[in-house]
Design a protein around this ligand. Sequence first.
Ligand code: ATP
Length: 335
Amino acid sequence: MTSQAETVTVRVPGKINLGLSVGPLREDGYHELSTIYHAVSLYDTVTVQPADDWSVHVTGPWGDRVPADASNLALVAARTLARRRARRAKVDPVRIDIDKNIPVAGGMAGGSADAAAALVGCRELWALDHIENDMLEGIAAGLGSDVPFLLHGGTAIGTGRGEQVTSVLARGELHWVLWAGEDLSLSTPEVYAECDRLREEAGTVPGTPEPSGELMAALRRMDTDAVADALHNDLQDAAISLQPVLSEALAAGLDLGARGALVSGSGPTVAFLVGSQTEAIDLSVGLAANGPHGDIVRATGPVPGAQVVHHRNSPEPYRALPTPHRPGPPGPVTG
Ligand code: ATP
């Protein structure tokens, strides 16, 4: 029987896009895209527990930028799963607590990450059977383009509007320094609109987006310099056009020895690729002293997607799933 004290805690990473090719605008308002997602060791922690009413509470460094109401994506995810499940079993409301470390509106899919974590947490809390488990992927895709990837994590190709995910075999580890400008945020639809505007102005007609063969080969070898050379984001010019400080941040990191750099997704987080943990420490210290003002965090990738890390009062002892990737130290540094 479920007791009021039962809690499930899920850890979920943010993502960066190692490659992002944006195709033409589709009739449904989305752009066709091809991306290579990469989950990095910067985590939100999401805890779910049975409660009298549905609610969400957000703490942590980015907590005050997240809506703590019915629009919160974690709550939307839990309620969507509950509605689907109600056809088969009675579902009690849950209280969701989010410890928010992934930059908000930063191009790291933090909202989608929390949605994926809420699905995984409720799956565990409600002990879903295999039929309901199969619904999870479909629900995830309906919630947002990045949610299916954040259920799995690792490194993966995303196609369609990003929701069709295929894992990429990439052994080894990449070291990153992430820069999130203070008081900087970008709305994803505005960045796509700016990309369309810049393309129209330049007379560029986008073709069918495809994953970069060069990037895939570099990832297979896990050759840091080759990955650095192949990093690519079609939205970068649009993000810089809306937030010119991003080009200053990119230049500062490259001057300080980053092997490669790019704006993550729709931005404005900037990801710098370095060769080792030592290089990551050097770069984060250099950026804090000489780069534009912002939060600077070291991370590694790839790491697994949303995973249960604690289940209190479980009727069964919790057995962790095998971890396909070794998470690295998050190592926050002040900016
Ligand atoms: P993406 O790259 O997936 O488009 P993003 O990483 O740029 O998104 P998010 O951090 O996911 O941006 O936040 C986008 C918006 O979603 C925020 O401005 C916020 O108002 C809203 N939001 C709703 N729920 C959450 C949540 N749990 N965490 C973060 N943002 C949320």
